[in-house]
Design a protein around this ligand. Structure first.
Ligand code: AP5
Ligand code: ZN
Length: 214
């Protein structure tokens, strides 16, 4: 199963990725997590990406396409994968087609902008794994600690309100056109296109996905 998760920053892509990885036994490929690891490791890619990400802008298509192409070629992707945060522009989506990387299902998680801004202030992440929590809506078992490793949770640098607003603008102008791109493919039976209401509870969104992605 090859799945794309589409949705605004904070729509719940990373959160639902945890559920879908388990359901299908496929790896999550989060370009955001890959870039954050590169920043943490201080690689040349990380140094380049940091400034762009802190402003809420997009890293260049060439860099991202290269990263994803290498990642999907790895052995653990043989049975499928879950793309979280990619593609994010029409050229990125076209790169999947031109590399003959077909997709079974595209899932759009829809959440209005105002709700997103509220959510981001409470997000806490475990950087090493990408596991994501919310202080109110999805709290960890022990405050400030990751459920699996017990390590500290942190606040992402790009979760400040002004940066979230600019990420939302970037989403609407550059990423939202992918809804029409993949709806058109679905109309030709090239993939499924599924839209879920991301304002429901985490468990309700998962249950909806469970039903729709049988
Ligand atoms: P990335 O890491 O992909 O960020 P994003 O798309 O902005 O999405 P987020 O991770 O912020 O949100 P999410 O949808 O995963 O929500 P989450 O589950 O965490 O990208 C970061 C940056 O990297 C980009 O700005 C860009 O610079 C660069 N980048 C990455 N990919 C790129 C690409 N392809 N091309 C170019 N540049 C790229 O949930 C959010 C919060 O809400 C959490 O606290 C969670 O617990 C809570 N929550 C989740 N679901 C619910 C619910 N149903 N109810 C209540 N709360 C909920
Ligand atoms: Zn995410």
């Amino acid at each position: 199963m090859r799945i794309i998760l589409l949705g605004a920053p904070g729509a719940g892509k990373g959160t639902q990725a945890q559920f879908l990885m388990q359901k299908f036994g496929i790896p999550q490929i989060s370009t955001g997590d890959m870039l954050r690891s590169a920043i943490k490791a201080g690689t040349p890619l990380g140094l380049k990406a940091k400034e762009v990400m802190d402003k809420g802008q997009l890293v260049s298509d060439d860099i991202i396409i290269g990263l994803v192409k290498d990642r999907v070629a790895q052995a653990d992707c043989a049975k499928g994968f879950l793309l979280d945060g990619f593609p994010r522009t029409i050229p990125q989506a076209e790169a999947l087609d031109s590399n003959n990387i077909s997709i079974d299902a595209v899932v759009e998680i829809a959440v209005p902008d105002d709700e997103i801004v509220k959510r981001m202030s409470g997000r806490r992440v475990h950087l090493a794994s990408g596991r994501t929590y919310h202080v109110v809506f999805n709290p960890p078992k022990v405050e400030g600690k990751d459920d699996v490793t017990g390590e500290d949770l942190v606040i992402r640098k790009d979760d400040e309100e002004a940066t979230v607003r600019s990420r939302l603008n970037v989403y609407h102008s550059q990423t939202e056109p992918l809804v029409a791109f993949y709806s058109a493919k679905a109309a030709k039976n090239e993939c499924k296109f599924i839209k879920v209401d991301g304002t429901k509870k985490v468990s309700e969104v998962s249950a909806e996905l469970d039903k729709l992605l049988a």
